[in-house]
Ligand binder design. Structure first.
Ligand SMILES: Cc1cc2nc3c(=O)[nH]c(=O)nc-3n(C[C@H](O)[C@H](O)[C@H](O)COP(=O)(O)OP(=O)(O)OC[C@H]3O[C@@H](n4cnc5c(N)ncnc54)[C@H](O)[C@@H]3O)c2cc1C
Length: 393
């Protein structure tokens, strides 16, 4: 049986960040992952999936030695954010210069984030990626966890980290239940070329069936859209031919970015809220979407996952440096206590926004437009909102 300091199930963006954070401290780590993307990066192609990442996430990527690699591939800073209610009079505008910051955050393609992390992991000798593989059997013992993989190998470690996404196999195996629901919304994502420049602004319009965001990419007429709408409507829109899709997109978004000129492949994601009722069990801990999946309307899911990694990795490193046991239950509970508050608060806020804005009731519409305008003119409140959203606290 091969022994590691730590085993991570799931080598997505969150699992890979944790591996890099601990691997660069010399800890021996196995990542178990059923399907890794190819390592080469075709510059001419834009990934249809992007993430708006906060300063806190950027700092963590920098700390694990992956940020510069992302910058060398492609990241797009944005200086402004404009949010408004369809057909209403309310809007709010954020400008990085009001905060004395050079940008509000970055838009980064998921493939860029993932590849930069995998390249970084490749440089760290103490990390082994076992792929394609899944855990088929998990036994929790006093002091260690023992795993059997579907390729027949057996492994053990003091700690197993579940970073295997919203449908976490590990979470189910250790009997951690979840609370949540499927939203009556799916998100269409795609890369769109527009007539006018995006002005390095993240645009978001709230509509009755869901928000529509245009997130800026490095070319000033190229944006990544996240269009949340009812599942039937999303299905219909995703099947339209290019010309009809562009016409409907233009009608929905209005003329802010001019004509919609072209769209690449479209992806469809059913949206859900799912929160693990506990983040740990004996020798097992959850991070990222395995612990919490949220509505993407303010682009916070990955950021929360990276904050999980930041907290868990510092507690593990502290325990290890003090010759302590980094898999002990008390440490895992400490991690859970320190992360649950922020995760639940952001999840509740996103859920609240989703409900507040998907409602056409006239009084509510008037109140929320008024709220947007008041917030837009309330200097300290506005700064507080944006600093929180940037992960600056
Ligand atoms: C439309 C949309 C837009 C979004 N935009 C943003 C944004 O702008 N900003 C932001 O912060 N967040 C955003 N998010 C959320 C973000 O994408 C997720 O929070 C993030 O991908 C979670 O990463 P993860 O590594 O925890 O999980 P995942 O990305 O789901 O990765 C899980 C990994 O585990 C692997 N796996 C699966 N099953 C197993 C198994 N049985 N054993 C081992 N491994 C397994 C998978 O192959 C994968 O590699 C968005 C989400 C959506 C749907």
């Amino acid at each position: 049986m091969k022994q590691y300091d730590l085993i991570i199930s799931g080598g997505g963006m969150v699992g890979a960040t944790l591996a890099a954070a601990l691997g660069q401290q010399g800890m021996s780590i196995a990542i178990i992952e059923p399907q890794l993307p190819p390592l080469e990066w075709p510059r001419a192609e834009y990934d249809i999936r992007v993430s708006a990442i906060t300063r806190a996430t950027e700092n963590m990527f920098e700390k694990v030695g992956a940020w510069q690699k992302m910058v060398e591939m492609r990241v797009t800073p944005y200086q402004h954010m404009q949010v408004w209610d369809e057909g209403g009079s309310g809007s709010i505008h954020f400008d990085s210069s009001d905060l004395g910051e050079s940008n509000l955050g970055h838009i980064v393609e998921n493939s860029v984030i993932h590849k930069a992390l995998l390249n970084r992991i490749d440089e760290l000798e103490s990390i082994e990626i076992i792929t394609p593989a899944r855990i088929s059997e998990l036994k929790q013992h006093d002091g260690f966890v023992e795993l059997m993989l579907d390729n027949g190998s057996r492994l053990s470690a003091k700690l197993l980290v579940a970073a295997d996404g919203a449908n976490s196999w590990v979470r189910d195996q250790v009997g951690i239940s979840t609370t949540g629901w499927l939203y009556d919304q799916s998100a269409i994502v795609a890369t769109v070329r527009t007539e006018k420049s995006h002005q390095f602004t993240a645009w978001q319009q709230f509509m009755k069936l869901g928000p529509l965001a245009f997130l800026p990419l490095d070319q000033k007429e190229l944006s990544s859209i996240v269009w949340s709408t009812s599942p039937d409507e999303a299905d219909r829109l995703s099947r339209l031919d290019e010309a009809n899709f562009l016409t409907e997109l233009h009608m929905a978004f209005g003329d802010t970015l001019g004509e919609m000129q072209s769209v690449g492949p479209r992806g469809l994601f059913p949206l859900q809220l799912k929160h693990a009722n506990r983040y740990c069990s004996e020798r097992v801990v959850l991070v990222g979407n395995a612990a919490h999946a949220i509505h993407p309307l303010a682009g916070q899911g990955l950021n929360l996952g990276i904050n999980d990694v930041s907290e868990l990795s510092s507690q593990i490193i502290e325990a290890r440096n003090g010759n302590g046991d980094w898999g002990e239950y008390a440490l895992l509970r400490r991690y859970e206590r320190s992360r649950k508050g922020e995760n639940v608060a952001v999840m509740a806020a996103m859920d609240g926004f989703k409900r507040l804005f998907s409602n056409d009731q006239p009084l509510l519409k008037t109140v929320r437009n008024l709220g947007l305008n008041i917030a837009n003119h309330a200097g300290p409140l506005k700064s507080h909102i944006i600093r929180q959203a940037m992960g600056l606290k």
